[in-house]
Design a protein around this ligand. Structure first.
Ligand code: FES
Ligand SMILES: [Fe+2]
Length: 467
């Protein structure tokens, strides 16, 4: 049985290995050890093995459009400066002075030519290169190798549809290869207009006493909770007939724990084609890059919710109430930012297509914040129920008895008629997408951060030896 022993370096005890093993074998039977949602060893290992090796979303191009623009972001527990240099290149640098490790940047965002450490004054340019220090000649003369003492930089940085990702491990596959089929879904969601999308405002951030994985797992495939957890949304008529929303949910699994929920919202009427974007916006969309299956999917049953492993999630849904009669979709991007075992910071951006006018963009922003802001009616439903999971994970009673959570909905198989990327499920019951999340999690944790190559075995396989 797994015993709780408090903080310890990861990988040094067999407890952690046993727990990872229990996640793997548990998934064969549709069971998950509850303690993964709040555990010191698990958390420390996740920061090293998952956030130290996977591609993590850090910013969007529209947040730092000009030379010298920067934002402060997180990769796991590390704070990084994401800055655009004079060549247009985005550099992702550890916010840590190379002299004695004080933080060189204390602003969430801004524009600058350099970062000057507040301790002794070492200074770095926008690329993170060492640019000077006070009393340089007297203190250092020729003894300091300027090239060797720039800020630490993420070895890999790349972007897709303006979404900038960074990876702290040079061995990990390049971003496009790493994302594989997920690129096709990102194109269908974020790449419909040549001008792309833009972040309407800086991200909202708030602390949730729940584990980062509760959010990631929920968004990767949990359509089942909607009719219960969000029932008040139906009672308030913000969304009509919320009890039936699970029934029109579909699943799209791109492998590697990148998965989306789609909703056949056109059952509500033709105005909900393409998420409910009005004709004047849809007319500006370029569908030429999409294969026929993806095009039909976004017309009829658009992907509304999704997770790209580990902690990037997406949400786009038409909101009838705020837009005053005609539905209009908001687009929310969120990061489940780990803070401590069983505690996360939720970062939440509202996005809109850059081609959309200001007044409509404002409506879209309000709709997104009203539904999924920190005081939003959906957000509070979700975060409140997730906090219970972290409490259960801390329970000595549960840990003593090795309590497992239930992932045993009746099995469903992918739709054999689907010709688009990944695997498509005609309904969302079966918890296949959540199973994919946990199999990827176990694979990364087991491999100690080297499990990022794509191979046929990477896709999650059937439970208990079934195929
Ligand atoms: S710690 Fe930054 S200059 Fe000394
Ligand atoms: Fe929810």
């Amino acid at each position: 049985m797994y015993a709780y022993e408090g903080a310890a370096p990861s990988g040094q005890g067999s407890d952690l290995d046993q727990l990872i093993q229990r996640v793997e074998t548990g998934m064969d039977a549709g069971l998950l050890p509850v303690e993964v949602f709040c555990d010191d060893q698990v958390f420390r290992a996740e920061m090293e093995r998952i956030f130290g090796s996977t591609w993590v979303f850090v910013a969007h191009d529209s947040e730092i459009p000009k030379t010298g623009d920067f934002v402060l972001r997180k990769i796991g527990l590390d704070t990084v400066i994401v800055a655009r240099d004079e060549t247009g290149t985005v550099n992702v640098m550890l916010n840590q002075c190379r002299h004695r490790a004080s933080e060189v940047c204390h602003e969430d965002q801004g524009n600058t030519r350099h970062f000057r450490c507040p301790y002794h004054g070492w200074t770095y340019n926008i690329k993170g290169e060492f640019a000077g220090a006070p009393h340089f000649a007297e203190a250092y003369g020729e003894s300091l190798d300027r090239k060797a003492w720039g800020l630490r930089r993420a070895p890999q940085v790349d972007s897709v549809n303006g979404f900038i990702f960074a990876c702290l491990d040079a061995r990990t596959a390049p971003l496009r290869e790493y994302l594989g089929d997920t690129l096709k879904v990102m194109d269908a969601i974020f790449g419909l207009h040549p001008k792309g999308m833009r972040a309407i405002a800086p991200p909202e951030r708030f602390t949730v006493r729940a584990d980062w994985k509760s959010g990631a797992e929920n968004f990767c495939g949990d359509a089942y909770h909607v009719s219960t957890a969000h029932v008040s949304v139906g009672l308030s008529e913000f969304i009509p007939d919320v009890r039936q929303v699970s029934v029109i949910a579909r699943g799209l699994d791109l492998g590697d724990a990148n998965s989306f929920i789609a909703h056949e919202i056109t059952q509500w009427g033709p105005m909900f084609e393409y998420w409910g974007y009005p004709p004047e916006v849809v007319q500006q969309f370029d569908f030429s890059k999409l294969d026929p299956a993806m095009r039909e999917l976004i017309r009829k049953s658009p992907p509304t919710i999704g997770t790209i492993f580990p902690n990037f999630s997406y949400l786009r849904f038409p909101q009838p109430a705020v837009a005053g009669g005609r539905p209009y979709p908001f687009t929310s991007i969120r990061m489940w930012q780990p803070v401590a075992p069983g505690v996360m910071e939720l970062w939440n951006w509202q996005f809109e297509y850059a081609c959309v006018d200001e007044a409509t963009t404002r409506e879209s922003y309000l709709a997104g914040v009203y539904g999924f802001g920190s005081g939003g009616i959906f957000e509070q439903d979700d975060t409140a129920v997730w906090e219970g999971i972290a409490k259960a994970a801390r329970s000595p009673w549960n840990r003593r008895d090795g309590v497992m959570l239930h992932y045993q909905q009746k099995r469903i198989e992918p739709d054999p008629a689907w010709t688009g990327p990944g695997e498509f499920y005609a309904n969302i019951y079966g918890e296949r997408l959540q199973e994919g999340f946990w199999r990827r999690w176990a694979r990364e944790m087991k491999a100690g951060g080297t499990a990022t190559a794509r191979s046929p075995e990477d896709k999650h396989t059937a439970r208990g030896g079934e195929q």
